[in-house]
Every structure is written in structure tokens, then in C-alpha cells.
Design a protein around this ligand. Structure first.
Ligand code: CA
Ligand code: CA
Ligand code: CA
Ligand code: CA
Length: 305
């Protein structure tokens, strides 16, 4: 163990100079004062109306790394404000966006838009990855996803006034109008990407994805009333990436420290974090995994998938 500590100390010395960001394009925890307008915190209005404000408390979801950080955003129904934010433009491979939502009211119609992504200078007309929610007459919720034409809805399997984890994926494919969008609701937070609940490929492809919108826009008041929180955009399935054993979406020095603390018994990793710390996938967490994570940070290798 003493030898391990020595090596780890040396590794940490090196990595202080080599920490890096991995895969994460955007994060928003609404860690602002309740009542503030989002436009006071980096979001830009693209359509006027009832402002989107910060609500308290933040949303909580077990196992999601952006659970219970700061507050949340409060969406109301009916011709309200739309606000946007920007992230590093994506034109190929896959993009994942995840967030928490707690729906207080929804429409029985199929046009309950509250959230979408699209290109630079985004508007409702240029959206290319859109989140929907609707309810049945018994107040059960169905969540939906669209590219820009055709909506894939889940069954009416989800409860109102309950926090759900939504994950949407945009997969750029090489041919014209063949890109796919997928949806997961409350996915298993295990190590690898599970099969989606819905996938849709109809409609026009995105030229690029670069902006994100929180929307309250519908003339017929079909947008939901909801709290939204913990928004993250990444380029890979965000939970359970091997190496990212503190679950923050990056593989960096903090993961080395987290794994060291586990090895030393200072803290005990569980579940997906324990799995993520096992970089070489041999079932043990030890010095080899620290070296493996170090190699990821330095760009010299990858952990097992
Ligand atoms: Ca929050
Ligand atoms: Ca395409
Ligand atoms: Ca990490
Ligand atoms: Ca291992």
C-alpha cells in the first residue's frame, strides 16, 4: 500500500498540469437566487412573454450527478418567454442532452413542447431535437421526442409531480435526412447505453446543433407547467463512463483522487461509480486503474468500454 501511495502522489503531481475536460459541452444547475430571471444568468431571450424564473428547491434524482445542486427553472404555460443558451457546435457523431423534469400540469394534445436544441440563431422553426410531454385523462404522463417532424411518444407510464430523468440523443448519420433522435425516460444508470425508449428519424437533419432553448411557447396553452433542472450536454452516454468515478462527466484529477480514496478506504464507491473506477474492467479497483485513468487524462489510452 505504501508503494501505491508513493506512485499515486507522483501521478497527482503530474496530473495537476494535465487535467482535461472530457466530452461535456454544457451544464446548468440553476444555482442562482430563487426568483431571478434566467436572463440575469447567461440565458438570452428569443421570444418575449412571461419570464422563466429560478424556483426553489432544485430537483433531486437518486444517482444523477446533477441532482440537488442549487435551484431549478420554472416553466409556466401559455405564450411565455423563450430563452436560449449556447454550447460548442456539433456537426457529427452523437450528442446527448439530459435533464430532470417535474411536471405539474400538461396537455392531452400532442404539442406540449418545452425544450429543444437546434442551430445557431435558433427559433422554434429551426429546432432539430425537441422534447414533448402530454397526459392522458387520468393524469398519466407520456414523454416524446422529435427531430423536426413526427413525434415518438412513450406510453402514459409516468406520474405528474414526480421528478423524472430525461435523456435525448441526436445521432448524425452520413446521408441526407437520415439522422436519428432517441429518448430515454428514467434510464437505468448503469455503465453502458441502454436501448432507447423511442427513436425517430423522420424530418430534416440538423446542419449543426449549437443552441438550447427552454420554451413556454404555445398559443393554445399546451406547454406544460414544470420545473426543469440539471441540464447537461455531452458527446457520449454520460453516466457510468469508465474512469469518471465521481460521475461529473469529466475524466480528470478528481477521479484519480476519488479512486485513491476508495482504495485507501477513506470513502467507499458504490454502484455505477464503483464500476467506473474499474478502468481496466477486471473487477478490482487498484493501482492499475489509477494508471489507466491517468492515461485517459493524458490522451494515452482509454478505459474498457
Ligand atoms: Ca439545480
Ligand atoms: Ca444525415
Ligand atoms: Ca469525473
Ligand atoms: Ca481494475
Amino acid at each position: 500500500m505504501r508503494k501505491q501511495i508513493l506512485v499515486v502522489s507522483l501521478l497527482i503531481g503530474v496530473f495537476l498540469l494535465h487535467t482535461g475536460l472530457w466530452g461535456q459541452l454544457f451544464e446548468e444547475n440553476f444555482d442562482y437566487l430563487a426568483g431571478d430571471a434566467l436572463t440575469d444568468h447567461g440565458w438570452t431571450q428569443i421570444r418575449s412573454g412571461t419570464p422563466i424564473t429560478v424556483s426553489t428547491p432544485g430537483l433531486t434524482y437518486p444517482g444523477y450527478s446533477l441532482s440537488s445542486i442549487g435551484n431549478a427553472a420554472s416553466l409556466v404555460t401559455g405564450n411565455g418567454q423563450e430563452v436560449k443558451n449556447t454550447f460548442t457546435e456539433q456537426t457529427n457523431d452523437s450528442l446527448y442532452v439530459s435533464f430532470l423534469i417535474n411536471v405539474g400540469e400538461a396537455t392531452t394534445a400532442n404539442d406540449g413542447i418545452y425544450f429543444y436544441l437546434g442551430p445557431t440563431d435558433i427559433s422554434i422553426f429551426s429546432r432539430r431535437l425537441t422534447a414533448y410531454v402530454r397526459k392522458d385523462t387520468s393524469d398519466n404522463l407520456a414523454f416524446g421526442v422529435a427531430k423536426n417532424s413526427g413525434i415518438g411518444f412513450t406510453g402514459f407510464s409516468y406520474s405528474m409531480n414526480t421528478t423524472h430523468l430525461i435523456v435525448m440523443k441526436y445521432k448524425f448519420n452520413p446521408d441526407t435526412d437520415d439522422d436519428e433522435v432517441s429518448l430515454w425516460v428514467d434510464p437505468l444508470l448503469s455503465g453502458s447505453e441502454p436501448p432507447p425508449d423511442r427513436t425517430i428519424s423522420s424530418g430534416s437533419d440538423a446542419s449543426e446543433l449549437a443552441e438550447i432553448v427552454l420554451s413556454q411557447l404555445t398559443a393554445s396553452n399546451t406547454a406544460p407547467t414544470a420545473e426543469v433542472d440539471g441540464i447537461r450536454i455531452t458527446t457520449s452516454w454520460f453516466e457510468g463512463q469508465r474512469g469518471d468515478c465521481n460521475g461529473d462527466g469529466d475524466v480528470d484529477l478528481l477521479d484519480i483522487i476519488t479512486a485513491v480514496n476508495h482504495i485507501l478506504g477513506v470513502t467507499v464507491l458504490e454502484g455505477v461509480d464503483l464500476w467506473a473506477a474499474d478502468c481496466n474492467g477486471d473487477g478490482d479497483i487498484d493501482l492499475l486503474d489509477l494508471i489507466g485513468i491517468a492515461n485517459v487524462i493524458l490522451g494515452l489510452g482509454e478505459c474498457e468500454p
